[in-house]
Ligand binder design. Sequence first.
Ligand code: SF4
Ligand code: SF4
Length: 134
Amino acid sequence: MSDEAKIKIENPFHTARLKPLRKGKKPPKLLALVHQSGCTGCEVCIAGCPVDSIELVPGPDPSNPGYQQVVEIDFSRCIGCQNCSIDCPWDTITMYEHDDAFVAWGTETLSTQLYIDEEKYVEIMEKNSPLKAS
Ligand code: SF4
Ligand code: SF4
Protein backbone atom coordinates (compact mmCIF):
# COMPACT_ATOMS: atom_id res chain seq x y z
CA MET A 1 0.00 0.00 0.00
CA SER A 2 1.60 3.20 -1.11
CA ASP A 3 0.14 5.47 1.58
CA GLU A 4 -0.09 3.02 4.46
CA ALA A 5 1.59 5.46 6.84
CA LYS A 6 -1.37 7.84 6.65
CA ILE A 7 -4.12 7.61 9.22
CA LYS A 8 -7.20 5.91 7.83
CA ILE A 9 -10.72 6.40 9.05
CA GLU A 10 -14.02 4.82 8.08
CA ASN A 11 -15.27 6.29 4.84
CA PRO A 12 -18.58 7.94 5.83
CA PHE A 13 -19.57 8.23 2.18
CA HIS A 14 -19.44 4.48 1.38
CA THR A 15 -22.80 2.76 0.84
CA ALA A 16 -21.86 0.25 3.57
CA ARG A 17 -22.60 3.02 6.05
CA LEU A 18 -26.27 2.72 5.08
CA LYS A 19 -26.40 -0.94 6.14
CA PRO A 20 -27.63 -2.01 9.60
CA LEU A 21 -25.14 -1.54 12.42
CA ARG A 22 -23.68 -4.58 14.19
CA LYS A 23 -25.78 -5.58 17.18
CA GLY A 24 -24.35 -5.72 20.69
CA LYS A 25 -22.03 -3.44 22.59
CA LYS A 26 -18.91 -5.58 22.52
CA PRO A 27 -16.91 -6.03 19.31
CA PRO A 28 -16.39 -9.64 18.15
CA LYS A 29 -13.37 -11.57 19.43
CA LEU A 30 -12.27 -12.28 15.86
CA LEU A 31 -12.41 -10.27 12.66
CA ALA A 32 -11.93 -11.50 9.11
CA LEU A 33 -9.21 -9.98 6.94
CA VAL A 34 -8.69 -10.38 3.20
CA HIS A 35 -5.13 -10.85 1.97
CA GLN A 36 -5.87 -8.93 -1.17
CA SER A 37 -2.77 -10.07 -3.05
CA GLY A 38 -4.36 -13.52 -3.20
CA CYS A 39 -7.94 -12.42 -3.83
CA THR A 40 -9.34 -13.24 -7.26
CA GLY A 41 -12.51 -11.22 -6.77
CA CYS A 42 -14.62 -14.35 -7.29
CA GLU A 43 -17.26 -13.08 -4.80
CA VAL A 44 -17.81 -16.51 -3.21
CA CYS A 45 -17.27 -15.06 0.25
CA ILE A 46 -19.87 -12.34 -0.24
CA ALA A 47 -22.66 -14.87 -0.69
CA GLY A 48 -21.98 -16.55 2.66
CA CYS A 49 -21.67 -13.50 4.87
CA PRO A 50 -24.71 -13.37 7.16
CA VAL A 51 -24.42 -9.63 7.76
CA ASP A 52 -23.37 -8.51 4.28
CA SER A 53 -20.13 -6.99 5.53
CA ILE A 54 -17.91 -7.88 2.55
CA GLU A 55 -17.60 -5.19 -0.08
CA LEU A 56 -16.26 -5.20 -3.62
CA VAL A 57 -13.31 -2.99 -4.48
CA PRO A 58 -13.41 -2.26 -8.23
CA GLY A 59 -10.33 -2.86 -10.38
CA PRO A 60 -8.14 0.02 -11.59
CA ASP A 61 -9.91 0.53 -14.94
CA PRO A 62 -13.18 2.50 -14.41
CA SER A 63 -14.48 1.28 -17.77
CA ASN A 64 -14.10 -2.34 -16.66
CA PRO A 65 -14.41 -2.34 -12.86
CA GLY A 66 -14.90 -6.10 -12.61
CA TYR A 67 -11.42 -6.75 -14.00
CA GLN A 68 -8.93 -7.24 -11.15
CA GLN A 69 -11.59 -6.46 -8.55
CA VAL A 70 -10.95 -7.62 -4.99
CA VAL A 71 -12.99 -7.54 -1.81
CA GLU A 72 -12.54 -5.94 1.59
CA ILE A 73 -14.27 -6.49 4.91
CA ASP A 74 -16.05 -3.86 6.91
CA PHE A 75 -14.55 -4.31 10.37
CA SER A 76 -17.32 -2.24 11.92
CA ARG A 77 -19.97 -4.74 10.78
CA CYS A 78 -18.14 -8.13 10.71
CA ILE A 79 -19.40 -10.45 13.47
CA GLY A 80 -16.49 -12.88 13.21
CA CYS A 81 -18.59 -15.87 12.16
CA GLN A 82 -15.70 -17.30 10.07
CA ASN A 83 -17.92 -18.27 7.13
CA CYS A 84 -15.84 -16.32 4.64
CA SER A 85 -12.52 -17.78 5.76
CA ILE A 86 -13.99 -21.26 5.36
CA ASP A 87 -15.71 -20.53 2.05
CA CYS A 88 -12.88 -18.76 0.20
CA PRO A 89 -11.63 -21.19 -2.45
CA TRP A 90 -8.24 -19.45 -2.46
CA ASP A 91 -7.66 -19.46 1.32
CA THR A 92 -7.11 -15.75 1.25
CA ILE A 93 -9.21 -14.73 4.25
CA THR A 94 -7.78 -15.15 7.75
CA MET A 95 -9.48 -14.67 11.11
CA TYR A 96 -7.47 -12.44 13.46
CA GLU A 97 -7.91 -11.45 17.07
CA HIS A 98 -9.80 -8.16 17.02
CA ASP A 99 -6.86 -5.79 17.58
CA ASP A 100 -4.44 -7.81 15.45
CA ALA A 101 -6.80 -7.51 12.48
CA PHE A 102 -6.30 -3.76 12.36
CA VAL A 103 -2.51 -4.18 12.34
CA ALA A 104 -2.64 -6.84 9.61
CA TRP A 105 -4.98 -4.64 7.58
CA GLY A 106 -2.09 -2.22 7.03
CA THR A 107 0.08 -4.76 5.26
CA GLU A 108 -2.55 -6.93 3.58
CA THR A 109 -4.79 -4.27 2.08
CA LEU A 110 -3.78 -3.10 -1.38
CA SER A 111 -6.91 -1.17 -2.26
CA THR A 112 -9.78 0.12 -0.13
CA GLN A 113 -12.93 2.14 -0.43
CA LEU A 114 -14.23 1.48 3.08
CA TYR A 115 -11.43 3.49 4.66
CA ILE A 116 -9.98 6.81 3.56
CA ASP A 117 -7.11 9.05 4.57
CA GLU A 118 -8.02 11.40 7.36
CA GLU A 119 -6.67 14.32 5.37
CA LYS A 120 -8.81 13.32 2.38
CA TYR A 121 -11.86 13.25 4.62
CA VAL A 122 -11.09 16.74 5.92
CA GLU A 123 -10.56 17.95 2.35
CA ILE A 124 -13.97 16.61 1.24
CA MET A 125 -15.76 18.05 4.25
CA GLU A 126 -14.19 21.47 3.77
CA LYS A 127 -15.05 21.43 0.08
CA ASN A 128 -18.70 20.71 0.85
CA SER A 129 -19.05 22.93 3.86
CA PRO A 130 -22.01 25.33 3.61
CA LEU A 131 -19.74 27.94 5.16
CA LYS A 132 -17.30 27.75 2.28
CA ALA A 133 -17.23 30.99 0.29
CA SER A 134 -18.53 30.51 -3.23
S1 SF4 B 1 -13.83 -15.83 -1.87
FE1 SF4 B 1 -11.66 -15.35 -1.55
S2 SF4 B 1 -10.83 -15.00 -3.61
FE2 SF4 B 1 -13.07 -14.91 -3.75
S3 SF4 B 1 -13.58 -12.70 -3.53
FE3 SF4 B 1 -13.69 -13.63 -1.48
S4 SF4 B 1 -11.63 -13.29 -0.60
FE4 SF4 B 1 -11.46 -12.98 -2.80
S1 SF4 C 1 -16.34 -13.45 9.42
FE1 SF4 C 1 -18.54 -13.70 8.97
S2 SF4 C 1 -19.41 -11.67 9.38
FE2 SF4 C 1 -17.20 -11.39 9.14
S3 SF4 C 1 -16.93 -10.90 6.97
FE3 SF4 C 1 -16.65 -13.12 7.21
S4 SF4 C 1 -18.67 -13.99 6.73
FE4 SF4 C 1 -18.98 -11.81 7.16
